[in-house]
Each structure stands twice: as structure tokens, then as C-alpha cells.
Design a protein. Sequence first.
Length: 118
Amino acid sequence: MLPLSPSLLTTLAAACLYAAATLYQGTRLATGAKANKRLLVTLGVLAVLAHSASLFTHLLTPTGLGLDFFSAASLIAAAVIALTLLACARIPVENLLILLFPLGLATVLLAQFAPAGT
């Protein structure tokens, strides 16, 4: 049996939270109902925290920072999502999250499961 990566659980948690937030906001937009901003931001913050914990184990290696392509893309996606969630407190930018949450989902999974060095 292969040893499990220490970031596997946080990666899967972040992916599930991003998927839940995307589905919630997508169904609300499709039906024309207004999304609960507090629930959406809470799901997003929990997803970004899990994403950041996963990135911590990916990026820090014994030889320094491991910034391969998908890890760097995941870091950028987490930063953009975090800044957008922060901006939600002041300005109505929740609709941007419908595009950013799937991006976070894809990058966190690619950083975990793509071969190292790509």
C-alpha cells in the first residue's frame, strides 16, 4: 500500500468545500434567488483555510520552496479567492466567486495529484 500524503485530507476537504460553495451559489443563481452571503463566505473561508493548509505541506520542502507549475497556480488561486472573500465585506463581488471556487477546486486537486515537477 502506498503511503498517504500528509496533505491529502486537507486537499479533499478543500475540494469538497469548494464544490459545495459552487453548487450552492450556482443553484441560487439559476433559480434567481439571492444567496445567503454569510453561508457563502463561511464556506469559502473554510475552503481557503483547508487549501492553505494543503499548500503549506506542498510548498515547504527540505530543500526550500517547491514552486512547480500546479503548486504555484494553486497558491495564486488561493490568494485571489482570499482577497475576493475579503472584498465581499465591503463591495458586492459574490458573483465572482462562481468562477473562482471551481478554479480553486481544480488547482488544489491538480497540485495534489499531478506528478511532481510539472
